[in-house]
Design a protein around this ligand. Structure first.
Ligand code: ATP
Length: 424
């Protein structure tokens, strides 16, 4: 028989990582039953407030004899009870077991958890309907992610290799040779990507928190991912590592929506017109986007760095496709921009001073008249409109790798452009 296991919400900013619990369990349970595939790291709605980091949940499936099922379940519950960060108020683990095939209803629930906000009660109701067994620790919010990870139709996927640290190193600076990461990346890019930020010359595979992850290496080709791992030089022991199959970098979270239908915590792609000039506050860049159903504030926040320069080039009347998450910012519903594509750009007109009609010299503004710098000729200030080139191209602009959501598909990957364009 098939047994599916889902685990979520075992970590806090003070430590632990659900993938670590999952990787240990995958190894342990493989002694009791036959794994059907790699364990799965499923990222759910990136906009919900309870997440520790990337709203990830873990699921795995085994073919097991009926008599080993109780031991499998006991092992899972034991590991979660021993390893979860229970002291933290925002850690509310959940564990789900489902036997047999995954029903369609559960797949639909997963996609809802990916793209919208769902409640613990909703998850419990779906679990009861599909005959899944669930265990809640504290508030048990983790049942949402656990159930969604089991039901997730992983049609598009990538890989992430997670290597873990020995316990005595947890909380200390990670010792990874940066130069070796650059060399490995150069060799494997783009089949393995997001290992480094070439512009900032920084290493991206090492997290910064107290969690047990030493590095996470991503890619579309699992052999390349493993080889990158082999090429990276570590200055501390690697406790063990696990390759995960994941929905990261698939853009699965984005759904086409009308602006008037956008709700808090949605992840969406919309098409609309820039409604007015952009404005800035606290290094964040904002503008408004409208379609026939409504208007929404759009933001490119400070961490998106140079991406903001492209946003500043948008003009009122431009038609764009915009993708991102809906959050509340200063009490206003705001689309947190991940990517945009200029569909139709209005002409950009600049008003320029004429040349001197007498001598062809350069004119200088003097209040409401113009004066020639060369011959001193004066004339009323009448500026000439001239169309200047727009500096935006018809291509997708995306935020830099360190500001990118786990689910967002980098443009270097196949289909990176097409997916969001084909949605609308
Ligand atoms: P890590 O990535 O390190 O595992 P995290 O960012 O995944 O950390 P969690 O500790 O898993 O954070 O917390 C996310 C919580 O939000 C979980 O309890 C999960 O069940 C819940 N959750 C997931 N998706 C949704 C959703 N769509 N609506 C409401 N709650 C959700």
């Amino acid at each position: 028989m098939l047994i599916h296991i889902g685990i979520d919400d075992t970590d806090s900013p003070n430590g632990m990582c659900t993938t670590y619990v999952g990787a240990l369990l995958y190894r342990e349970l493989s002694r009791l039953a036959e794994p059907l595939d790699l364990p799965r790291l499923i990222r759910l709605n990136p906009n919900i407030p309870y997440k520790t980091r990337g709203n990830g949940a873990v699921a795995m499936t085994f073919r097991a004899d009926e008599e080993s099922v109780p031991e499998i379940k006991d092992t899972v519950l034991f590991y979660v009870s021993q390893l979860a960060e229970f002291e933290h108020e925002n850690t509310n683990p959940g564990v789900v077991f489902l036997e047999g095939e995954v029903p369609n209803e559960l797949k639909e629930f997963s996609l809802k958890a990916l793209r919208e906000h769902v409640t613990i009660e909703e998850a419990e109701e779906v679990a009861r309907e599909v005959g899944a067994e669930y265990f809640k620790f504290k508030l048990g919010r983790g049942v949402i992610g656990s159930l969604a990870a089991i039901g997730y139709p992983l049609e598009r996927f990538t890989y992430e290799l997670l290597a873990y640290r020995e316990r005595e190193y947890w909380g200390t600076e990670r010792r990874v040779n940066g130069e070796s990461v650059f060399l490995a990346d150069r060799w494997a890019y783009p089949f393995s990507y997001d290992n480094v930020d070439p512009y900032k010359r920084s290493v991206l595979i090492t997290p910064h928190g107290k969690d047990p992850v030493l590095v996470g290496i991503r890619g579309v080709d699992k052999a390349k991912v493993l080889q990158v791992f082999e090429r990276v030089e570590f200055g501390e022991p690697v406790a063990f590592y696990q390759l995960y199959k994941t929905n990261q970098n698939t853009d699965d979270h984005l759904v086409p929506k009308k602006i008037g239908k956008l709700k808090l915590y949605d992840s969406a792609v919309v098409r609309g017109r820039v409604a007015g000039p952009y404005w800035e506050r606290g290094r964040h860049v904002f503008f408004e986007l409208e379609d026939e159903t409504g208007k929404i504030r759009v933001a490119a926040f400070e961490p998106t760095k140079k991406f903001r320069n492209w946003v500043r080039k948008l003009l009122p009347g431009d038609e764009i496709i915009a993708a991102g998450g809906i959050k509340e910012h200063e009490g206003v519903l705001t689309l947190n921009l991940e990517k945009f594509y200029p569909v139709k750009l209005v002409p950009k007109v600049e008003y320029q001073k004429p040349r001197c009609p007498k001598c062809g010299g350069t004119m200088k503004s003097k209040g409401d008249y113009l004066k020639c710098k060369r011959c001193g000729y004066r004339m009323p200030k009448e500026l000439i409109p001239a169309e200047v080139p727009r500096e935006l191209e018809k291509k997708i602009y995306e935020v830099p790798p360190d500001a990118r959501k786990h689910l967002s598909r980098p443009l270097v990957l196949p289909g990176g452009e097409d997916r969001i364009l084909n949605l609308l």
